[in-house]
Design a protein around this ligand. Structure first.
Ligand code: SAH
Length: 366
């Protein structure tokens, strides 16, 4: 029955090995199938020519290959491309591809909506529906790769993956790490672990498990140099305050020479962008292996903040650089198609029927 069939996209190497072992099949089939699915990007069992017809038929009785439905596909004037993808249950999530020279960064979502309620993020306005499954997470990479690799266009490679779309990846650790396995697997996408970045608002208890399982690059959404201010911007800070967060960051990179944690800092006019904030931040990060990425705030309808002006951002950056901190300013990309950081909204089907502003935003992406 199709209802009970397992989606092969959601299985990492280990999962596929179990799948074949349960079938009484040889273990090496797992690597073969992983390679067909993710390295070659096929969506049809019949394309798997090194697997016998009869085995393909047996697999088809139990499993399927089901990628996400692509609801829309927009390319911004700077080449940034955004897809709205429909998940089971009718919710839409967003995935963004950001080309930059030879690099191509795919920004993926880990949840439908988000629970964290950061005050400067429009995903927060959508509420939260559920975690994405492994198949839905890796399905974003799978779909993007297939759509980027069309015969009529210059092929664009996904060289980096960042969990900076909708949701908090460390609140969906099991599905996220299984999906990362496939990104890193040589039979999958073969990305080096430094080229996969998990971005978190600071779910400290998950750091150790992430590091143990898949020690990928870590980015932390800091946005404020004091607990007082961060409590307002990132409510999760009330549970996991800055001192604990920075200690956890140090531990995360402790045995990795030259590995740094990236601290993201959205520049909000008059809120966190003053020279005094920069000086406090510099002190705070003095003993942390850190890179700072300043993100000019991206506005959305009814946002309670404004973007700091360029001069203020440059002055802020200069103070940090003078203090010896590597500090970059994130170039805003794809904002003409609402694909910039914090602008991803999708369409979250509410869990309980309650009043919300979903329909208002839907039109933007229609
Ligand atoms: N939950 C994770 C990942 C999603 S957010 C996290 O908090 O890190 C990805 C990045 O975009 C985060 O640094 C987030 O703080 C930032 N961001 C959110 N809204 C923004 C906005 N309106 N303008 C600029 N950056 C924003």
């Amino acid at each position: 029955m199709s209802i009970n069939r397992i989606n092969l996209l959601g299985l990492n190497l280990k999962g596929l090995e179990t799948f074949f072992a349960d079938m009484g099949e040889k273990r090496f089939r797992a690597a073969q199938v992983l390679q067909w699915l993710h390295h070659f990007g096929v969506d049809d069992l019949n394309a798997m020519t090194n697997i016998s017809k009869s085995l393909r038929a047996t697999i088809a009785e139990q499993a399927m290959i089901a990628g996400p439905e692509v609801v829309s596909d927009h390319t911004a004037s700077d080449g940034t491309r955004k897809w709205v993808l429909r998940m089971a249950g009718g919710s839409d999530i967003e995935t963004v591809f950001i080309p930059d020279g030879n690099r191509g960064t795919l920004c993926i979502s880990s949840q439908v909506g988000c629970q964290l309620n950061c005050t400067f993020c429009s995903t927060a306005r959508q509420g939260f529906n559920r975690n994405l499954s492994t198949a839905e997470i890796i399905g974003q990479v799978w779909t993007a790769r297939r759509l980027l690799d069309q015969p009529d266009t210059r092929p664009q490679a996904v060289t980096n993956v960042v969990f900076m779309g909708m949701g908090e990846p460390l609140l969906n650790l099991s599905a996220v790490t299984d999906a990362i396995d496939i990104m890193l697997d040589d039979h999958g996408y073969g990305l080096s672990r430094r080229r996969v970045t998990v971005s978190t608002a600071g779910v400290i208890p998950a750091f150790a498990a992430l590091r143990e399982r898949v020690p990928v690059s870590l980015a932390v959404s800091l946005h404020a140099p004091t607990d007082e201010l961060r409590n307002q911007l990132v409510p999760l800070n009330r549970k996991y305050p800055i001192a604990q967060l920075l200690a956890a960051c140090k531990t995360y990179v402790a045995e990795e020479s030259r590995q740094k944690v990236t601290f993201e800092y959205a520049m909000l006019r008059g809120i966190n962008d003053q020279p005094s904030h920069a000086r406090t931040l510099a002190k705070l990060l003095q003993k942390v292996p850190a890179k700072i990425n300043l993100i000019p705030f991206n506005p959305f309808p009814d946002a309670p903040y404004q973007r700091s002006d360029d001069e203020t951002i440059l002055r802020f950056q200069q103070i940090l650089i003078t203090a010896g901190l590597i500090t970059t300013i994130r170039r805003t990309r794809g904002d003409d198609i609402d694909a910039a950081c914090g602008q991803l909204v999708g369409k979250v089907v509410p869990r309980q029927r309650r009043h919300n502003s979903l329909e208002l935003r839907q039109g933007v992406h229609a």
